[in-house]
Design a protein around this ligand. Structure first.
Ligand code: ZN
Ligand code: ZN
Length: 432
């Protein structure tokens, strides 16, 4: 990894050495000044988590903080609870956007953190605990920190930064719209329009002090499919008088796995998972239908097309052979999150300057999905992982009750993102 990052870092340091180092020193001073306060905010958000499209207190905290800083261009209620704030620097330069997500998950927290959540709510008709089990509390706090830093350096800022505080990244509740798609629909990128977008995500696998990135496809495209396999009901003792959807479903589940193993290159990462299967009412009745539901994860739209096409062909072949029929609903939920290669090579030197080349590994793609991808489909995007695992502690995985993002990641997030935005604007403003 050092071979890939060091030469780029060197180039930037040689061309922009003196001014960049001076600006970085100013950012460092601001990070030191703000860390205790922003850490408090992080704890406050963690203790009061809110589900997607319900982030009213979090959004109010964000907007209040930005107003106190002196931001004068703040839009609230974007995509229900989102906040968009624009900071225009004192020097000419381009427009960039930076995004943090604010929503928590229906998970009951089981950590021993002094600021752990005891909040309960209802989700899909069930009473649930609510927890920042994906680290979005860290993202929101870090971005408030970055807003504070850049606001205090506003006179020298060469360009404009659009701060996006986004609701419902994990997906809006059923029958509601939300998240990045709705923010874009409601003009998050309209006025002013950014030429690049940046974001970060906590990583429970990565130690505090490190940031990791994946050039190109970084997080998977998320698809959701629902299948009904239609047969004909009959007595369990007289299968020849009906059409058995259970047998067809069993064949479909097995054969779907041949898409991965026989239709795609072994080097094309993908997952086909049937997560739910339902059918039948009694042991001696062959039911009339069986339903399957699952997810597909891919990194390449061409691979995504093959999976969907083969899924239809397999369903068609198996159900024809069995004498039944099928219906398939195939929804592409979020596209693959792509780190633009040019923007990545421009941004990595800033990460290296912030934490050192040894602490900027290249990461494998992550099979999770991110609706940051929708912003990054509009303009080039760069999305990196922020290590939140403190030495001597353990963390459950993302979305688990024992997920634990350490506070000490907050200043690392502030420093790396502030450097990244500042350096991009400086270089773009200086370019002919
Ligand atoms: Zn998540
Ligand atoms: Zn997340």
């Amino acid at each position: 990894m050092h071979d890939r990052t060091a030469p780029v870092a060197l180039t930037l340091l040689l061309t922009l050495a003196a001014p960049v180092r001076a600006q970085h020193a100013e950012i460092d001073r601001e990070v030191d000044r703000l860390t205790a306060h922003i850490t408090d905010i992080r704890r406050q958000i963690h203790e009061h988590p809110e589900l997607g499209n319900r982030e009213t207190e979090t959004a109010a905290l964000v907007a209040d903080h930005l107003r106190e800083l002196g931001f004068d261009d703040i839009r609230t209620g974007v995509a229900h609870t989102g906040v968009v704030a624009v900071l225009r620097g004192g020097k000419p330069g381009p427009v960039v956007a930076v995004r943090a997500d604010m929503d928590a998950l229906p998970v009951t927290e089981e950590t021993d953190l002094p600021f752990r959540s005891t909040v309960r709510s209802t989700y899909l008709g069930q009473e649930v605990g609510v927890m920042h089990a994906c680290g979005h509390d860290v993202h929101t706090a870090v971005q408030l920190g970055v807003a504070s830093i850049l606001k205090s350096l506003q006179d020298e800022l060469p360009g404009t930064v659009v701060f996006l505080f986004q609701p419902a990244e994990e997906g809006p509740p059923p029958d509601e719209e939300g998240g990045a798609a709705l923010m874009l629909d409601e003009g998050a990128f309209a006025n002013p329009r950014p030429e690049a977008v940046f974001g970060l995500h906590a990583s429970a696998q990565l130690p505090v002090g490190q940031v990791a990135y994946t050039p190109g496809g970084a997080l998977a495209a998320v698809d959701h499919f629902r299948v009904t396999i239609q047969g004909q009901q009959s007595h369990g003792a007289a299968p020849h008088l009906g059409v058995d959807p259970v047998v067809m479903a069993a064949q479909v589940v097995s054969t779907l796995q041949t898409i991965r193993s026989r239709n795609l290159s072994p080097l094309a990462p993908s997952v086909v998972t049937v997560g739910m299967i339902r059918g039948g009412t009694r042991f001696n009745i062959i039911p009339d239908a069986v339903s399957l539901e699952g997810t597909v994860r891919t990194y390449d739209p061409a691979v995504q097309d093959i999976v969907e096409r083969r899924m239809r062909e397999i369903l068609d072949g198996v159900t024809r052979a069995g004498g039944g029929s099928f219906a398939l609903e195939y929804d592409r939920i979020t596209p693959v999150t792509i780190n633009d290669l040019d923007l990545t090579s421009r941004s990595v030197p800033s990460l290296v300057a912030a934490v050192g080349a040894d602490n900027v590994p290249v990461a494998d793609p992550w099979m999770a999905g991110e609706d940051f991808s929708l912003f990054a489909n509009e303009v080039p995007g760069f999305f990196y992982m922020l290590g939140t695992l403190a030495p001597g502690t353990t963390s459950g995985d993302h979305h688990s009750p024992t997920f634990r993002a350490d506070d000490t990641a907050v200043p690392v997030g502030m420093r790396t993102m502030a450097y990244t935005l500042w350096d991009y604007l400086t270089a773009a403003a200086a370019a002919p």
